[in-house]
Design a protein around this ligand. Structure first.
Ligand code: C2E
Ligand code: MG
Ligand code: MG
Length: 764
């Protein structure tokens, strides 16, 4: 058995079509967004890598060009001074001056000069004359001690001895005479001119180029690092970037790689949080110099920004398309869902909800509000068949529709009312202090609607109630219980409501048992005619009889009519039984007459259902004709309550019956709301005073007066009065005094089996 929560869960899981589409769409969209972000990040990374590679490639080519340039200058120097070694002292100065001027003009040298091994100094015209030519001489000696003073050529930075503030490099080449060093030719190169080559344009447009010595001192630059005034590359970078451990380590890495002759790049974070790429490579042939390029921070991203922009735009476009498609699918699914829901849950007659809806959601509401007390109401409209037949089904349908509409307006949103079928309704209501008020308003509103549509018949609801208990979770059982209660409501009761109880269940079981046996009982002749005499108290003799049914079970038990007639009236079987009784009485009379007996009129009780059947009068006529007995011998007893509804039709039927020649009596006069109009309008032959009413009149003086007047009135109208339930001689005397001539009661005889009655009263 499912628990409460599982039940609620089960009901919630249903009806989620469009939500599934929405969830699936949402998940797909989320995946799409994630994919787009991943693609974006991937593209950004790839574009950066491409940029880094490109920067690196360009850097390497530019670095190589730088080396080529410097070595080219060194070669030029070496070629130019080759013949100087053998010259005489007198020619030397002239020759050197000529060479120096030519080289300075032709090449990138700013100055060229010669210094002899013993310290004599010759310069070009531009006359870079050191304050102390001895210093240069000394410097040249220092070069001799350097490892990389190869092939007699030194290419390196200006020694601090000479001119520490000027950023220039010097190319020194030995001049030999007879394999002995005669002197040194020295070329000074203005380093800024090194970047004149178009090969550096790429770097210059994207960043700043630097030639740095082995100590990290900037020898040459296309532009200063922003904010930097010193000549240390590392400090310059750190001024522009965060002085973080990471950045410092990266910069130290440059130095380490360069000492190993490697090239590469690092990334540092600027103060603005941008990535700055720094490429480095040694200058080929000049071990002391390195070529560095610091690219504009964030430049890689900028380069590919348009591409990224379009990629992202394409993604957004695809996503928007997806969202539109998803919304369209969702809207469509919702529409389909609504149509399906409408088909599944709508009642076409009332345009309200149907039983499926009730079963689906009533339990959910009960479960969701455990603090509230709920009740299931199972109701139908009393005599709806009559309304349908009398006013037509369109007007009758309006009443059904009015029930749902008014319920929705009067009851709360938490309460549900649906039509199950025909005039059967089912409602879930909250059993609170105002329930009665809501019910009354509902009844009044439906009746007002019905009167508004010219339906004069009062709308009454026959209702079965089941109060929902805390541990109830089976909606079908709850509905069944309410229905059992509804079925227990008898037509005759004023209050057309019943609440489910064990007593009702027992009763229903009894009813079920009776209903299961009744058809067989009729065919097997278990229903027997008992007759009770009607007594003429004036002449003290029998004057008639009433046929009363008894169900004689094969086991010998005799069931009285009160135990089964109301059930048969409810299920309609009473029609068959009444015709059977009428036929039996006709047959008894015919037999008795045939046997020469003297018969008196016999009255047969007629159920109200018979009177509603359209061919009732014809059927009575046919039976009488079939048995060929005088119609005056048959009296039909109709209970007075039958006339409360559909009075006109009843009057018509009584008149038609009278035309057949049968007698018609009003049974149980005084038991209901007897009206004098009825005496006036309906041409009854006999008025049977109800037993209870008569008993009251015997004990109570006022009731006695009323009874006397009724008897007088009926006598004066020329009709017969029969008083039921006469049990003693005193009552006989009383009635005789009142002018009542005919009585029926135990005082004379109880109802007895027909053969016994015939034997006793119908013998000739
Ligand atoms: P009813 O037609 O008013 O019948 C009179 C009832 O009063 C009978 O009860 C009868 O036995 C009882 N009675 C008569 N005299 C006395 C008396 O002095 N004292 C007391 N205490 N009761 C007396 P019964 O036979 O139990 O019938 C009950 C009701 O069942 C009838 O009331 C009638 O309405 C219905 N009924 C009986 N037979 C039939 C039938 O064949 N068809 C239909 N439709 N109804 C029937
Ligand atoms: Mg009767
Ligand atoms: Mg009666």
């Amino acid at each position: 058995m499912l628990g409460r929560e599982q039940f609620v869960g089960k009901y919630r899981r249903k009806n989620r079509g469009s939500r599934v589409v929405l969830y699936a769409g949402g998940i797909a969209l989320f995946i799409c967004i994630c994919l787009c972000i991943a693609v974006f990040l991937y593209l950004k990374r790839e574009y950066r890598m491409v940029a880094c590679r490109e920067f690196s490639d360009q850097h390497v080519s530019a670095g190589e060009e730088l080396g080529r340039q410097v070595l080219g200058l060194a070669n030029d120097m070496r070629g130019g001074v080759r013949d100087i070694g053998g010259m005489t002292e007198s020619n030397l100065e002239k020759r050197i001056r000529y060479f120096a001027n030519a080289v300075v003009k032709r090449e990138a040298f700013s100055h060229v000069f010669y210094v002899s091994y013993d310290g004599k100094y010759y310069a070009d015209d531009s006359a870079l004359v050191p304050e102390n030519s001895d210093t240069i001489h000394e410097a040249c000696k220092v070069f001799e001690e350097l490892d990389y003073y190869q092939d007699g050529v030194y290419v390196g930075m200006m020694l601090p001895l000479i001119d520490p503030d000027v950023r220039r490099i010097m190319i020194v080449t030995r001049v030999y005479r007879n394999d002995k060093v005669r002197g040194y030719a020295v070329g000074i190169v203005d380093t800024d001119r090194l970047f004149d080559s178009p090969l550096f344009d790429y770097q210059k447009s994207r960043g700043k180029c630097f030639v740095v010595d082995s100590m990290g001192k900037i020898m040459s630059q296309t532009a200063a690092l922003s904010g930097s005034h010193g000549d240390s590359f590392k400090e310059g970078v750190l001024e522009q970037c965060r002085d973080s451990e990471e950045n410092r380590n990266a910069l130290s890495g440059i130095k380490y790689a360069l000492t190993k002759g490697e090239s590469g790049y690092i990334m540092v974070k600027t103060l603005e949080g941008l990535d700055m790429q720094i490429n480095f490579s040694p200058v080929r042939g000049v071990p002391e110099l390195s070529y560095l390029c610091a690219y504009t921070p964030g430049f890689q991203d900028e380069m590919f920004r348009p591409m990224l922009f379009w990629s992202v735009l394409a993604c957004i476009f695809i996503m928007v398309l997806m969202i539109i498609c998803m919304l369209m699918v969702w809207a469509n699914a919702k529409r389909i869902n609504m149509t399906v829901e409408k088909l599944a849950y709508e009642d076409p007659v009332t345009k309200g909800k149907n039983l499926s809806y009730f079963k689906e959601f009533a339990l959910e509401r009960i479960m969701n509000s455990p603090e509230k007390e709920y009740a299931i109401y199972r109701f139908d409209i009393s005599n709806f068949r009559y309304i349908n037949e009398s006013y037509g089904h369109i007007r009758a349908d309006h009443i059904l529709e009015s029930c749902i509409r008014n319920f929705t307006q009067i009851f709360t949103d938490e309460e549900i009312c649906v039509r199950m079928n025909s005039d059967q309704f089912l409602a879930l209501v909250i059993n609170d202090a105002t329930l009665e008020k809501r019910k009354n308003e509902f009844r009044a509103a439906v009746n007002a609607d019905s009167r508004g549509r010219n339906i004069k018949y009062p709308i009454r609801f026959k209702t079965g109630i089941y109060f929902v208990k805390k541990n109830d979770h089976d909606i079908d059982t709850m509905i069944d219980h309410a229905n059992v209660a509804r079925k227990s409501v008898s037509r005759d009761t004023k209050d057309l409501e019943a609440t489910y109880s064990e007593k009702i269940v027992d009763n229903m079981r009894k009813i079920d048992r009776i209903e299961s046996l009744m058809h067989k009982a009729l065919t097997e002749l278990e229903f027997k005619v008992y007759l009770q005499p009607k007594w003429d108290i004036v002449n003290d003799r029998v004057c008639g009889a009433e046929a009363l049914v008894r169900w004689c079970r094969p086991d010998g038990t005799i069931i009285p009519p009160d135990s089964f007639i109301p059930i048969f009236e409810n299920n309609g079987f009473v029609e068959q039984l009444d015709f059977y009784m009428l036929e039996s009485v006709c047959s008894i009379l015919k037999d008795t007459i045939a046997k020469g007996g003297s018969v008196h009129p016999v009255s047969v009780n007629q159920s109200r259902l018979l009177l509603h059947s359209p061919d009732y009068v014809d059927n009575v006529a046919n039976i009488i004709k079939e048995y060929d007995i005088s119609p005056e011998l048959i009296e039909l007893e109709i209970t007075e309550t039958v006339f409360e509804n559909g009075r006109e039709d009843m009057i018509r039927i009584v008149k038609e019956l009278k035309k057949l020649g049968v007698r018609v009596s009003m049974d149980d006069f005084g038991s209901g709301y007897s009206s004098l109009n009825m005496l006036k309008d309906v041409p009854f032959d006999v008025i049977k005073i109800d037993r209870e009413f008569f008993a009251g009149a015997a004990d109570n003086a006022e009731a006695g007066v009323i009874l006397r007047k009724i008897v007088d009135m009926v006598n004066e109208l020329g009709r017969q009065v029969v008083c039921e339930g006469v049990e003693n001689a005193g009552q006989v005397e009383l009635l005789k005094n009142m002018g009542c001539s005919c009585v029926q009661g135990y005082f004379y005889s109880k109802p007895i089996p027909a053969p016994e009655f015939i034997e006793r009263y119908f013998r000739s």
